[in-house]
Design a protein around this ligand. Structure first.
Ligand code: AMP
Length: 352
């Protein structure tokens, strides 16, 4: 029996956990990543060490794989589209196109009937000042592209912040100003769509961020059934509109009345879904592998309440305590250098 091979673009911890889930289902994995000995390649069958848009490397990857997926949303769309000429690429390159630009993303969500913060495209200092005036001097200014974990953002609080020079200070690149959302909590839903159009979603997680980086995800989220239903409904509409295959992460703000406002989508497995490997029989990683390989999706039922905590930079010093705590699944990413803000691993503690 020849084993099928899954190509994964990107060599970080998400690729690592996808490769581990793939191996358990008898798939081989090949990682495309410029950094040698990356977290994913440590557990995969093979690494192609090259840039994500290297034409020769892409052809080599396509030739060696049956299906190709990715672990980060900034895969060059042209590279994904090129691969899609010869192999199935899941999630579809269109999902990258939508997720890479906050303006396109918000418009697409709105077209799917999913509410977002109000927004204005900002391409100049004058446009910024007009947009801020429209939002009463408050708002969150973000780069349209390449922002993640709160990077490339500036918050304006009512009139106390002077916007002079802000456009240039953000690099003179295309920006978006979002209205400031006075949310009660942040939640996310991790959903999957199979090649046959079946959709299954994991329970909604409640997320706490520190310095713009996810700190904890707690299950269950403190939301009502109607809010959870609205999150699942939004995910279903979005997945259908993208003709999606694979796992997607959707982050929402929850308002005091339970209404949801979508913040962003990630066309990949997501940090706020890491808890699934401890509190569900089928993890988000296995679900993604099942989806892209055309296998039936697994049951996303959660068997335990839990808290997932990221180990970021110096948090690694807490490792001995975590290892000594009962009912904790520790997952480390094989990174040797614990730089500030760098995700080194995570732990999931089962509560009951
Ligand atoms: P993002 O990079 O868009 O996920 O933003 C990082 C974090 O900044 C979010 O998780 C929120 O805590 C906060 N944030 C982002 N956008 C807004 C907004 N429009 N209003 C209020 N808080 C926001």
């Amino acid at each position: 029996m020849t084993l099928s091979t899954i190509g994964i673009i990107g060599g970080g911890q998400l690729g690592r956990m996808l490769a581990m889930a793939a191996a358990r289902l008898n798939f081989r994995t090949i990682i495309l990543e410029p950094q040698a000995d990356c977290p994913a390649a440590q557990v995969a069958n093979r690494q192609i060490v090259a840039a994500y848009d290297d034409p020769q490397a892409l052809d080599e990857l396509a030739a060696a794989c049956d299906v190709i997926t990715y672990e980060f949303e900034n895969v060059p769309v042209a590279a994904a589209a090129h691969l899609a000429l010869s192999r199935p690429v899941y999630p579809p390159p269109k999902a990258l196109d939508v997720a890479q630009d906050r303006l396109t993303e918000k418009r697409f969500l709105n077209d799917c009937g999913i509410e977002t913060a109000r927004f204005h495209a900002v391409d100049s200092q004058q446009a910024l000042e007009r947009a801020l005036a429209d939002f009463g001097g408050r708002g969150v200014l973000k780069t349209r592209r390449l922002g993640y974990d709160g990077k490339g953002q500036r918050v304006f609080r009512a009139h106390e912040d002077d916007p002079a020079g802000a456009f240039a200070a953000m690099g003179g690149v295309p920006l978006i100003l979002e209205s400031f959302v006075a949310f009660e909590r942040e939640v996310s839903v991790i959903a999957a769509r199979g090649t046959d159009g079946t959709v299954k979603a994991f329970d909604v997680a409640e997320n706490v961020h520190r310095n713009g980086i996810l700190h904890t995800s707690t299950l269950p989220a403190r939301i009502g059934a109607a809010t959870a239903g609205a999150a699942f409904g939004a995910a279903e509409r979005l997945l259908a509109a993208l003709d999606y295959v694979g796992v997607i992460g959707m982050e929402f703000f929850v308002m005091a009345d339970g209404a949801l406002i979508a913040n962003e989508i990630a066309p990949r497995v997501h940090n706020s879904g890491h808890w699934t490997e401890a509190a569900c029989v089928i993890s988000q990683f296995e679900q993604h592998i099942r989806a892209v390989a055309g296998l039936p999706l697994g049951n996303p039922r959660r068997h335990s309440d839990c808290v997932m905590t990221n180990l970021i930079g110096d948090d690694m010093a807490e490792l001995p305590q975590w290892l000594a705590t009962p009912d904790v699944l520790v997952h480390l990413y094989g990174k040797t250098e614990a730089r500030a803000g760098r995700k080194m691993g995570h732990v999931t503690r089962l509560l009951r």
